[in-house]
Design a protein around this ligand. Structure first.
Ligand SMILES: NC(=O)c1ccc[n+]([C@@H]2O[C@H](COP(=O)([O-])OP(=O)(O)OC[C@H]3O[C@@H](n4cnc5c(N)ncnc54)[C@H](OP(=O)(O)O)[C@@H]3O)[C@@H](O)[C@H]2O)c1
Length: 302
């Protein structure tokens, strides 16, 4: 029974959500705002399910099994640890579809549904979902990674397009590596800001002052990466072959402790091959940076 799974007839697709948290609410509201029928929700707490359902006309709160019975496509938007048990707890119809939205969990977590003939897949929006109302605004323009067999693949692509999102493909077995990659441009950015704010604190600046000053700089770097690419868009002294400035940085950071100095060295070492790649420095200058930054290399005077 595949009648509900037709990419050309999305308006007849009955969509349900199990898990009414940050992502579930934002995705359900976004789909409903795109005139797609989100008809049912279930969650561990009725209050969460109500919070998702209330702004969506025709969306009803029900048990997971009644939701599965009432839908053609079910989004499992529980925490990752509950995806497999949620799939195993329900009876699924052959030809219906169930997807999860995790970046790191393999689609095989839904194998209990697949064993009953349901089509299973992954639909991972590459975006941070905090406050759902804010996340709804940040969804258009972001990328959704889709991993699913046909005809589910075509349906999920059409849904992503209705949400004004780009589509990325991922082969099976790559989700953990893919998710680790995403971390470099999400939580590791927080780490870099925390490191910078620690330095600002040494002359009495607050975190808010540091963030206010550093955000436009970060945005400028992101814009340069977008327009010129990773290597060609890289700013900073290494990209100018300025060895003396890096030596001053090491000297200034030494009193902050070996941990901070080590992280600075590691990050700075990684900028050297990028500067070589963009043709900004030659092999000799790269070697001077490498010698200065080597962990066992010359330490600046403390
Ligand atoms: N947040 C993000 O930035 C983000 C980004 C991309 C992907 N994701 C993925 O999206 C999924 C959901 O993450 P989230 O951040 O939205 O989590 P969340 O805010 O913690 O929400 C999870 C929701 O699931 C409900 N729940 C927990 N166990 C359940 C169960 N056994 N049955 C039914 N409902 C259950 C929770 O219950 P209550 O009813 O008690 O509230 C909660 O509302 C995860 O797979 C995550 O990896 C999240």
């Amino acid at each position: 029974m595949t009648s509900g799974l037709d990419a050309a007839r999305l308006d007849g697709l009955r969509i349900g959500f199990v898990g009414a948290g940050r992502l579930g609410q934002a995705l359900a509201w976004s789909l409903a705002a795109a005139d797609l029928p989100v008809v049912a929700v279930s969650s561990a707490r009725v209050a969460s399910a109500m919070a998702l359902a209330t702004p969506i006309p025709g969306c009803r709160v029900m048990t997971p099994q009644l939701l599965v019975n009432a839908c053609d496509l079910v989004f499992v938007t529980t925490p990752d640890a509950a995806i497999a048990s949620t799939a195993a707890a329900c009876h699924w119809r052959a030809g219906m579809a169930v997807v999860h939205c995790s970046g790191v969990t393999e689609v095989a977590a839904l194998s209990a549904a697949a064993a009953q003939g349901a089509l299973t897949g992954g639909f991972h929006p590459m975006q941070t979902f905090g406050d759902p109302a804010v996340a709804v605004r940040s969804l258009p323009g972001c990328t959704v990674t889709i991993e699913a067999p046909e005809p589910l693949d075509a349906v999920l692509v059409a849904l992503a397009q209705r949400l004004q999102c780009r589509v990325n493909r991922l082969p099976p077995g790559m989700r953990a590596r893919y998710h680790a990659a995403a971390g470099y441009t999400s939580q590791f950015v927080n780490v870099l800001f925390a490191e910078a704010a620690r330095l600002w604190a040494t002359w009495g600046a607050s975190e808010a002052q540091a963030v206010e000053a550093l955000l436009p700089l970060a945005r400028g770097t992101l814009a340069a990466i977008g327009s010129a690419g990773i290597a060609r868009g890289m700013p900073g002294p290494v990209s100018r072959g300025d060895v003396a400035s890096i030596a001053k940085h090491l000297e200034a950071l030494a009193p902050m402790g070996e941990d901070m100095l080590d992280r600075y060295r590691t990050l700075c070492q990684a900028t050297v091959p990028l500067a070589v790649e963009r043709g900004a420095i030659d092999a000799g200058t790269a070697a001077r940076f490498d010698a200065l930054l080597a962990a066992g290399g010359p330490h600046p005077p403390a």
